[in-house]
Design a protein around this ligand. Structure first.
Ligand SMILES: Cc1ncc(COP(=O)(O)OP(=O)(O)O)c(N)n1
Ligand SMILES: Cc1ncsc1CCOP(=O)(O)O
Ligand SMILES: [Mg+2]
Length: 206
C-alpha cells in the first residue's frame, strides 16, 4: 500500500492552517512535514504551534524538517533530515538518540549505501529522489524507480519517493513499491486548490 506524505509549501500564507485542514480532510494523508527553509526561529515555532494540532487532531503524523531538537521540544511526531542536516547535528547515531522514540526520516538521494546505513542506524524511513523534474528544490540527485523495487523487496524499513510527483506520473513509483509519495507542488499548486490536489492522488494510491 502506498500513502500520501504531504510537505508544506516553501512559504505559508495567513490562511494556511485552513488550507492544510481542507487538504487533510480530502485524504487519506499519512504524514505532514513542515518544511520552511527561510523561516527564522520565531516564525518556525509559530507555524508548528498553528499546524501541529491540525495534523495530530486528525491522526496524521506531523514531522519537522531539518531540526530534531526543535521537533522534540515542540511536540512533533518526528523529524526529516538530509545528509547535510545529519552532519550539522552530530551524525545519525546522535540524531537517533535526540529523537528517542520519535520518527526519523533520512534523505538518501539515489544511494543504496546511504539507505542501508540509515536503516541500520534506526531510521524509520528512507527517502529516495528526485524521481522527476521539480520546481520546488534543486535536487542533488535523480533517482530511478529500480531503487524503490530493490529496497522494498529487500528491506522492511519503509521507503518514500520524492521529487516532481503528480497523479499522472505516480503509477510506476507505486508499482515499484514506494510506501509513501512525498508531494509539494502537485497538491499546493493544484488549480482547484489543495483538497482537489489530494483527491487527485486517491485513485493512484488505492
Ligand atoms: C520526505 C523527504 N525526502 C527528502 C527531503 C529532502 O531533505 P533534504 O535533503 O534535507 O533537503 P531539504 O528538504 O532540507 O531542502 C525532504 N525534505 N523530505
Ligand atoms: C524537498 C525535495 N527534495 C527532493 S525533491 C524535493 C521537492 C519536492 O517537491 P515537489 O513535489 O513540488 O517536486
Ligand atoms: Mg534538510
Amino acid at each position: 500500500m502506498t500513502e500520501l506524505y504531504l510537505i508544506t509549501p516553501p512559504r505559508l500564507g495567513p490562511d494556511f492552517a485552513d488550507a492544510l485542514a481542507a487538504a487533510l480532510d480530502a485524504g487519506p494523508v499519512a504524514c505532514v512535514q513542515l518544511r520552511l527553509k527561510e523561516a527564522g526561529a520565531d516564525e518556525m515555532r509559530r507555524a508548528i504551534d498553528a499546524l501541529r494540532p491540525v495534523a495530530q487532531s486528525r491522526g496524521v503524523a506531523f514531522l519537522l524538517n531539518d531540526d530534531p531538537r526543535l521537533a522534540v521540544e515542540t511536540g512533533c511526531d518526528g523529524a526529516h533530515l538530509g545528509q547535510d542536516d545529519l552532519a550539522a547535528h552530530g551524525g545519525l547515531a546522535r540524531v537517533r538518540r535526540v529523537l528517542d522514540g520519535l520518527s526519523l526520516g533520512i534523505t538518501c538521494h539515489d544511494s543504496r549505501h546511504l539507505a542501508m546505513e540509515a536503516a541500520e542506524q534506526g531510521a524509520d524511513y528512507v527517502a529516495f529522489g528526485a524521481f522527476y523534474p521539480t520546481g520546488t528544490k534543486e535536487p542533488k540527485a535523480r533517482a530511478d524507480v529500480e531503487i524503490l523495487r530493490w529496497w522494498s523487496e529487500l528491506m522492511e524499513v519503509p521507503c518514500v519517493a520524492i521529487g516532481g510527483i503528480t497523479p499522472g506520473n505516480a503509477a510506476p513509483l507505486v508499482e515499484a513499491g514506494a510506501d509513501f509519495l512525498a508531494v509539494v507542488g502537485a497538491v499546493w499548486q493544484h488549480p482547484d486548490g489543495p483538497a482537489a490536489g489530494v483527491r487527485a492522488f486517491r485513485a493512484e494510491l488505492a
